[in-house]
Write a protein that binds this ligand. Structure first.
Ligand code: BGC
Length: 752
């Protein structure tokens, strides 16, 4: 590696400022005289969206990008719950980047799915930060194993498209840490992305691109991030302020803002060392890429297409199956809906891949025989007509099984704006109803990036969720429908019954450029579970053509200190008639009452591949973070002393096995008694409780009151009331003098 310090010492102030912004939409600047190469970055992250430099037309590269392979989007890959799959995806994209001389792929995107309406949900993984973090970390590791950088985005709290460049996400510290930062933290700890991309929005009133606490104190100081921070495209507000806060690179080009950096150094308002540090971070990655570039690297597009098909087979989620799937080859099957011919397999915006081939389900089923087709409705708009409706119903009526290929048109969900409702196009709902009326054996196959309401769910016998499954979606769908492969995905998010059930409903997308995250840590299943609400399909749900049984849940110990580790094992057997994969999920439930917490939280998942009749053991290792909440007062994570339940099973609402463990804090939070300490906290400590009982023997102000009065407030009621009160109420109700109060406080502290 070049001696970067030495190199920086040879750069002019202008060259250094220039290094901190792009030269165009996709390139950083180089410095020829010093041998600093120019590198290119490109969008993804579920494929390569590299601008075709030979074409001049569209400099954003939205339309003129090179032909590439479109893998399933993150909404789908998250449903695989498969870290190996994500690693392989990262490697494949890394190989493509090497072949195309792209140094950094702009992703993965890991923002939390706070509302089903966020237009970019299809690019994001989950409503659960642990799942999102673990999967994205694997994708990063895969890509970076090929010496290609990643850009973990969008940091932070960018959970909607409405006013995405100006709205402020108003979040309390605990919610920020536990829900909205946690996935980023996991990725930094496990995979050290080369870069982190700051988001457009403000967080608690400060632009993410100028957020010192996020970009420097937390990201680098606490988590140890050692790469560079790049702005989202056009996210810079104040260039110099951003640099000081920890934003290293402005993208795309600075549009003249480099001169502001030069001026700030010259007039002394910016320490040149801050600039040098940013340049050093950027150059480290420039050379890491250029010195490891594989000249002449190639990849085989068709091989990657096959990979895309395989991935989607492992991602699709079988939501419902009342004995109707798998289909039998040769039976008369009606494929209905234009998505059978023109699948929707990716979302719109910066992640749009110029896919080199797609094979529709209809084409993929060509050789199977017995499959008829009726368009039913338009794929790209909310439109059907009487003729198409009648044709669809008649095709369904003449078939043994009718399969409707439904989904959201591009215009319904995209980067840049949010959805306005959670429904499928009305035309599609109408066709599904008509088909279900004509044939009781109806299956619905869905192509969507985010949950939809399903008013017809009870009228159909099967539902297969494909999400946005990449260019292999048609082949994968046919393979799954006809049972050549066995569905094994599970939902990385809850499908609520209706939009108004969602916890963010009252505060999405906010008003006056502010969005209050008032639901706090209760996002997704954390909310539905706590409120004991019915949902359409719960987090973690997904069926298979085989069946699994869980048994023998065991812990390696029944108590541990909070800095210890707990090993949890469970046996899972394939009790059905064919091979399959099961995603084993582990949730932790905090019974300590030290904080208001979700009923349970996902803390482990393992995907097991099981032959018919086979049993395997899933083993999880839990640590402090598996039990902890973020204690905003202490500004630290805390796993309180007490009992926790470990729940294991097939989905968040199907957890047949549970056991409990006791955890104790190695250095418990030190209690200091003051006049304002709550009586409840005092009584929780056995020694103090004993001492306090003594005080209660002191006659209270109620002593000697009339019979009626003592009935109005009995001494039992008095004691209950005292439990809610601070120590100083001893003065009011038990006649303690100020001196006695002081003595009491000192005495109680001496007992600690
Ligand atoms: C998006 C990013 C993307 C960038 C470059 C922005 O508008 O938010 O996700 O990487 O453009 O295309």
């Amino acid at each position: 590696m070049r001696d970067i310090k030495e190199l920086i010492s040879q750069m002019t102030l202008e060259e250094k400022a220039g290094m901190c912004s792009g030269s165009d939409f996709w390139h950083l600047k180089g410095v020829e005289r010093l041998g600093i190469p120019q590198i290119m970055v490109s969008d993804g992250p579920h494929g390569l969206r590299k601008q075709d430099l030979s074409k001049q037309g569209d400099h954003l590269g939205i339309n003129d990008s090179i032909k590439a392979v479109c893998f399933p989007a993150a909404c789908a890959t998250a449903a695989s719950f498969d870290t190996e799959l994500l690693y392989t995806l990262g490697c494949a994209i890394g190989d493509e980047c090497q072949a195309e001389d792209v140094s950094i792929i702009l992703g993965p995107a890991i923002n939390i799915k706070r509302s089903p309406l966020c237009g970019r949900n299809f690019e994001y993984f989950s409503e659960d930060p642990y799942l999102a973090g673990e999967l994205a970390a694997s994708q990063i590791k895969g890509a970076q194993s090929k010496n290609i950088g990643t850009s973990l985005k969008h940091f932070a709290a960018n959970n909607q498209e409405h006013h995405r460049m100006s709205a402020s996400s108003e979040i309390d510290p605990r919610t920020l840490r536990e829900i909205y930062l946690r996935a980023f933290e996991i990725c930094v700890a496990k995979a050290q992305p080369w870069t982190v991309m700051c988001s457009y929005n403000k967080v608690n009133g400060v632009y993410a691109s100028e957020h010192q606490e996020l970009l420097t104190d937390i990201l680098r100081g606490e988590w140890g991030f050692d790469g560079f921070v790049v702005s989202d495209w056009g996210a810079v507000n104040d260039r110099v302020l951003g640099l000081k806060a920890g934003l290293d690179l402005e993208m795309p080009w600075g549009g003249g803002t480099d001169s502001l950096i030069v001026k700030a150094v010259q007039d002394g308002s910016l320490d040149e060392a801050v600039l040098d540090q940013a340049v050093s971070r950027i150059l480290e990655k420039v050379f890491r890429y250029s010195e490891n570039r594989l000249d002449g690297a190639r990849y085989d597009k068709d091989e990657h297409h096959e990979l895309a098909v395989r991935f989607e087979r492992e991602c699709a989620v079988l939501l419902k199956n009342e004995g109707v799937l798998p289909l039998t080859k040769g039976d008369k099957i009606a494929f209905i809906g234009e998505y059978a011919k023109k699948p929707r397999f990716q979302g719109g915006g910066s992640s749009h891949i110029n896919s080199f081939k797609t094979i529709s389900a209809l084409l993929a089923a060509e050789n199977i025989g017995g499959v008829t087709y009726a368009p039913g409705f338009c794929a790209d708009k909310d439109e059907t007509n009487d003729e198409w409706l009648a044709e669809a119903a008649s095709a369904a009526g003449n078939a043994k099984i009718a399969v409707v290929f439904a989904g959201l048109p591009d215009i319904f969900e995209s980067e840049g704006y949010d959805r306005s409702h959670m429904r499928l196009p009305d035309s599609q709902n109408k066709v599904i109803e008509a088909v279900a009326n004509a044939n009781e054996n109806t299956v619905v196959v869905l192509h969507n990036g985010s949950p939809v309401e399903m008013p017809w769910a009870d009228k159909v016998k099967g539902i297969l969720e494909l999400y946005l499954g990449g260019q292999g979606v048609g082949e994968a769908a046919v393979s799954l429908l006809f049972g050549d492969s066995n569905p094994c995905g599970k939902l990385p998010e809850t499908f609520p019954l209706k939009l108004s059930d969602n916890p963010s409903y009252l505060n999405f997308p906010g008003a006056s450029n502010k969005v209050f995250y008032s639901e706090g840590v209760f996002t997704g299943y954390r909310y539905y579970d706590k409120k004991q609400m019915d949902v359409l399909f719960p987090f973690g749900h997904g069926l298979s053509y085989t069946s699994f049984e869980y048994s023998n849940l065991r812990l390696d110990k029944d108590a541990l200190p909070d800095d210890g580790a707990l090993t949890v094992s469970v046996d899972v057997s394939n009790t059905g008639e064919r091979a399959g994969k099961e995603i084993v999920q582990l949730y932790v439930s905090d019974l300590t009452c030290a904080a208001v917490r979700p009923e349970k939280e996902l803390k482990g998942f393992i995907k097991l591949s099981l032959e018919k009749g086979e049993t395997k053991t899933a083993t999880f290792v839990l640590d402090k973070r598996s039990f902890a909440f973020y204690d905003a007062d202490e500004k630290d994570w805390r796993a309180a002393t007490g009992k926790y339940e470990i729940l294991v099973g097939a989905s968040s609402r199907n957890l047949p096995l549970k056991t409990a463990v006791n955890l104790f804090e190695a250095s418990p939070k030190q209690l200091r008694i003051t006049q304002n300490t709550l009586m409840e906290e005092i009584l929780a400590n056995p020694k103090l409780a004993e001492a306090v009982q003594e005080f209660f023997k002191t006659p209270s102000v109620l002593q000697g009151s009339s019979e009626e009065a003592s009935e109005a407030i009995t001494s039992e009621m008095m004691i209950r009331t005292m439990m809610e009160a601070p120590l100083r109420t001893l003065r009011t109700f038990y006649g303690f003098s100020p001196e006695k109060m002081d003595e009491t406080v000192s005495y109680l502290n001496s007992l600690l």
